[in-house]
Structure formats: C-alpha cells, structure tokens
Design a protein around this ligand. Structure first.
Ligand SMILES: [Zn+2]
Length: 462
C-alpha cells in the first residue's frame, strides 16, 4: 500500500478536520462503537431523535406546523412508532411546490451557506433539499463508516466511475484531492467510449487504487471491457462500492470475478444521502439507522412484514434546516428480520428492488414487479416481439406491442385472459401497435411504466 495512506489517515485527515472545524472524525469514532449496540438500544435512540425532530419541525417550519395540525398531530400526540405512522407521507411534489415553507426559521438567515442537494430528475422531477452544516458533517461520518466496510481505509487511493464528476481544479481542491480525498482518477460515465475506458484502465494499472467506486452498471461495463479487451491486466482493489443504481446479481458476479474482490452494494439518494450499505459479510444492507429512520410500506400505508417488497419511506434524523419526515424516496425494498453475523445492531434490508414507478398496483392493492410482469406476458402471449406495459390509471392499461410474424387472434385472446387473471375483471386495456419501444430521454428502456400514485396513507385525526 502506498506510503501516503497512513500519513493521511493519522495526520493529514485530523489536521484538515481541525482546520475546517469539522467534527466528522469524532462522529466517526463514536459511530464505530455504537454500531454494535443491541437493536433495541439503536431503536430507542432513533425514537429520541424522531421526537426531537417532530418538535423542531412543528415549532420552526410553516409546512410541518400546518401538516401536523391538519392531521391532529400537535406535539405530544405522537408517543410511539405506531403513532408516527399517522404522519402523512412527504412526496416529491411537496418538495417541488412548498420547499420555501419547509425551510426552518432557524436557518432562514444563513440560507446561502446551506448545502444544496439537487436530484438529477431521472424520474422526470428535479427537487432540491437544503442541508445544514452540522448534518452534512454527521452524514460525512456515516458515509466514511460504510466506505470502510468495503475493506478500504481512510487515506487510501480511490478511483471513481461517476456521471459528470465534480472535480475541483483550483489549488485548494487539488491539494485536498491529493492529500485527503485521494480520488486521483475519474471515468465520466457520460463519456464512456473505448478510448476513455482504456485510459482509465491504464491509470489504474500505473497507480493501483485501494477502492473502486461507481454506478453498478458502469462498474459492470468496465469489468466487461477488461475481460474482453485487456484480459491480461490485473486490477486488484481492496474494495469496490457500487452505488446509485440497482446492482443485479449477474453484474455483481462478473465484477467480482474480474477484480477478484467482493462488491459492497450501497443505497442512498441525494435528498438524504446514505440510506443503507452492505457490511463485509455482504448478506443484506445495514440501514444507516444513525442518520435515518426507514420504513417499508404497502400501498395502503401499513408496514410490510420482513420479506415482503414495499415502498421505502425515510425520515432524516439529522437535517434540521429542512426537516424530511416520512419521505417517499420512490424506490422499493425488502426488510429483513435476520441479525447480521457481523454483530452490528443496525437493522438489515434484504435487498433494494428498483423504482416504485416500475411496479404496477392492482385495484386490489397488490404490487406486481413490472419486470416480471412484462416477461410473463411476453412469454405467454404468442407472436409478441417486444412489449411495453403502461398503467395509465389503476384500472386502465395500455399494451404497446411490436408484433412478431405469428401475432394474431390467439394473441389477443391470451392478453384478455391474462389481464383478467393478473389484474382483475374490472380492468380495461387497449393495445397499441408500434415499430419499436421508445427509449427514455436517459437512453434506458423501460418495459413497464406505472403512472399510478402508490401510497394513499390514511390521515389520523383522533
Ligand atoms: Zn453486517
């Protein structure tokens, strides 16, 4: 390992933190201890944070004062996690339309210095969340803890494959990258042609990274490139972190085979940062319970039991500038009731299942994975070359069909039978015939799109 790593870890990072007046290394030391607390202790700590957050949100934001009062949930009315479920869910539409009212009065005067987290808008909606400095430094510590679960240590070199990387090129930024962050090389996922991938591979051979960090799919593309074009090149990081996208098993297998290193799967979002991450056991994702409280819900707003896929809802326990309470992230996940053999008391997610918009909700309130639905129809219905299922309303579907040569009356009859069987007799549908399935603006194909709002959480007014 490179000679600078221990110097950065033990000298430069603490000195830099002192100069920045950042407590993140102190937070980090505490987080390393408390992650082994029993689950019940961690839950109690979360409850304490939720109470204080609700009180703060009610007292200092117009948005939450109105919303909690409308639901009959003035301070003191919420005394348990069960009560907490009566708080109406926060949506992206709320963030888009009422962000001004969500900013806490205590931070109004320092609005310009707050950290701005803007989502890319891959779901068609771009939203901005403001995060205060104290929360930002705490989140930094949470991320550092989970980064180290990959096998990498603070101070060691990092190579990243990321879309539009924000690389600072002023002298301070350069110095910071050289001495502290150690992220010496980037591959921009928006310019991943063969020349760029080749140059990135060369850089990693010359100066081997300890951590390879990137989007699941981009890490996979890089692994495919090495396997097919540069089979003799050996790049052997100590850790690989896959973030920002669902990591498929087949992608993980290939990445691990090429780099001979386990992949650490991570889940988070711009609005609240880290949500969950695998530990060194790679058997489920530990929820970042110090930073967020996570729920997995059915379409009727009730909690999913462990093992059942549902919608992920998070409460940011640290950001006081813009309280994010019961925020619908837009992804699906599965909770676990297992204890991880690593001994950490942080709760486990079995897996992340992708976007809510890729799921269909039936009039009976069941959720069906769009990917398996499309596969199922395409296999059962004769003569379909390609298919896209669009749920326009809860009881209305459009099937966009690219016809194969044997498409005919039998195909239409089968569709009718399948619709009744899968969605119920009351569901209407129409077939549209197209030459090809259109791509999303991002270039991705989506084979199932549901335009139906998934959670109708009941307001409690008692
Ligand atoms: Zn674990």
């Amino acid at each position: 390992m490179n000679w600078l790593a221990p110097i950065t870890r033990h000298l430069i990072a603490p000195a830099w933190a002192a100069w920045e007046r950042s407590p993140y290394l102190r937070h980090h030391r505490r987080l390393l201890r408390t992650q082994f607390d029993p689950p019940e202790t961690i839950r109690q700590r979360q409850w304490h944070e939720i109470e204080s957050l609700l009180d703060h949100a009610y007292r200092t934001t117009r948005f939450w004062r109105g919303r909690l009062a409308d639901a009959g949930l003035e301070p003191g009315r919420i005394r348990s996690f069960d009560d907490f479920r009566a708080v109406p869910l926060l949506t992206k539409a709320d963030l888009r339309e009422r962000a001004g009212e969500m900013l806490s009065d205590l931070y109004r005067n320092e609005k310009e210095s707050l950290h701005k987290k803007r989502t890319s808008g891959s779901t068609g909606v771009s939203v901005e969340v403001l995060v205060d400095e104290a929360a930002q430094q705490f989140k930094r510590a949470c991320v550092l803890r989970s980064d180290e679960w990959s096998g990498w240590r603070l101070g060691e070199r990092v190579a990243a494959i990321w879309g539009n990387p924000q690389v600072r090129t002023d002298w301070k930024g350069r110095l910071r990258r050289l001495l502290l962050d150690r992220d010496y090389v980037h591959l921009d996922t928006l310019k991943m042609d063969e020349a760029a991938i080749g140059a990135f591979a060369d850089a990693l051979v010359r100066t081997p990274p300890s951590l390879l960090f990137g989007h699941a799919h981009s890490l996979h593309l890089f692994a495919v490139y090495l396997k097919t074009k540069r089979p003799n090149v050996a790049i052997r990081p100590r850790g690989i972190i896959s973030a920002a996208m669902v990591l498929h098993d087949w992608e993980r297998r290939l990445i691990e085979a090429v780099f001979q290193c386990p992949v650490t799967n991570r889940y988070g979002c711009e609005e609240v940062s880290l949500i969950a991450c695998e530990c060194e056991r790679h058997d489920g994702l530990h929820v970042n319970a110090d930073g967020i409280y996570l729920e997995v819900l059915r379409p009727d707003g009730t909690p999913c039991p462990p093992g059942e896929p549902g919608m992920i809802v998070v409460t940011d326990l640290v950001n006081r500038a813009m309280p994010m309470i019961r925020y619908q992230v837009g992804d699906m996940g599965v909770l676990s009731d297992r204890q991880c053999p690593c001994g950490r008391g942080l709760p486990l997610l079995e897996r992340i299942e992708g976007r809510v918009a890729d799921y269909v909700v039936t009039p009976r309130g069941e959720l069906i994975s769009g990917i398996s639905l499309t596969e199922n129809f395409a296999v059962m219905v004769p003569g379909i070359a390609q298919l896209q299922i669009v749920q326009e309303e809860v009881d209305r579907f459009v099937f966009r069909i690219v016809k194969g040569s044997d498409f005919g009356p039998k195909s239409l009859e089968t569709i009718g039978v399948l619709v009744k069987e899968r969605f119920g007799p009351e569901v209407r549908y129409e077939c549209e015939y197209v030459d090809r399935i259109p791509q999303e603006p991002s270039g991705k194909y989506r084979f199932c799109i549901s335009k139906v709002e998934k959670v109708q959480c009941s307001f409690s007014r008692d």
